[in-house]
Design a protein around this ligand. Structure first.
Ligand SMILES: Nc1ncnc2c1ncn2[C@@H]1O[C@H](COP(=O)(O)OP(=O)(O)OP(=O)(O)O)[C@@H](O)[C@H]1O
Ligand SMILES: [Mg+2]
Length: 277
């Protein structure tokens, strides 16, 4: 059962569609310039309200794909459509949580979180209220008046997540958003994100990159598996009911089989230890 099915809602299929997406970069190799495939002919469809996780070794094109969906980078050929319209530029409907937070150091945390709302022309009172609420969602109430460098790395990452949540986007793009959190905060944030996702019915679609197989399997309706050279090599549908817990999943034979398969497929990348977070 998918998330939308569990919520008893109908959903739009083919909401995000990738058609023959390629992205190449030119790189120096000694005296020569070579073309590197960051994305190699990707084709996929994502339904509205689906939670997708993307796994794959370092350098396989995950961030590049997310940046294209965000409208921050262009394809070399092929295209990605949302609701039938090709993506050409960023939009408030799509919010991204960056791998390296990208907070503005000269702004307080609450002003960082309010930044997207400011760009949308939301009034000051409203954006402060929304930003404070988003900080609350990530467990940072009371920290709004501090500057990013007064917070730990994990807290800064949560500010980055709050900034994306504050604009209440239809599509939430998350690039290893919990990577620098300690295990307890990470688990709390996973559950908070799922709570927000479930509450939104089929209104929120999440595309989430992670290096943790456990995290990918805990969160997703489908796991996209990418490989070197920007190829998509697998698309695994997960039918486990939500809410899921690691403890319960570990008793599920289908889960164990899928996890084993992912460990096999991803070996050779740097995700070689079975229980790496
Ligand atoms: N702006 C750029 N200029 C040149 N090459 C780039 C650029 N951005 C990405 N690349 C190259 O494209 C490939 C894919 O990079 P990308 O950042 O998408 O990988 P990734 O899967 O997100 O890796 P990681 O797991 O380490 O974050 C890599 O070979 C990278 O060096
Ligand atoms: Mg990346």
């Amino acid at each position: 059962m998918t998330a939308a099915d569990q919520k008893g809602l109908s959903r739009q299929s083919g909401y995000v569609v990738a058609e023959n997406v390629r992205k190449t970069f030119t790189k120096a190799a000694g005296d020569d310039l070579i073309q590197v495939n960051a994305l190699d002919n990707l084709n996929f469809e994502i339904d509205e309200g689906e939670f997708i996780t993307i796994v794959g070794p370092s350098g396989c094109g995950k961030t590049t794909l997310l940046r294209i969906i965000a409208g921050l980078a262009q394809t070399t050929s092929g295209r990605i459509l949302i609701n039938g319209k090709a993506i050409t530029k960023p939009s408030p409907e799509r919010a991204i949580v960056f791998q390296d937070f990208l907070l503005l150091p000269w702004r307080t945390c609450v002003d960082n979180v309010a930044f997207g709302l400011e760009l949308q022309g939301v009034s000051k009172a409203e954006r402060l209220a929304k930003a404070e609420a988003a900080l609350g969602l990530v467990g940072l109430e009371g920290w709004g008046r501090y500057y990013p460098d007064e917070l730990s790395g994990g807290m800064q990452q949560r500010v980055g997540i709050a900034r994306a949540l504050a604009v209440d986007p239809d599509i939430l793009l998350m690039d290893e958003p919990f990577g620098s959190l300690d295990a307890i905060s990470r688990s709390q944030m996973q559950h908070e994100l799922l709570r927000i996702f479930m509450k939104a019915g089929d209104q929120k679609t999440v595309i989430f990159i992670t290096h943790s197989i456990d995290e990918a399997l805990l969160l997703a309706d489908r796991v996209f598996v990418m490989a070197e050279g920007g190829r998509m090599i697998d698309d695994i549908r997960l039918n486990f009911e939500r809410p899921r817990s690691q403890a319960e999943l570990l008793l599920n034979n289908e889960y164990i089989e899928i996890k084993r398969h992912l460990l096999d497929v991803l070996q050779g990348g740097y995700m070689t230890t079975p229980f790496a977070e």
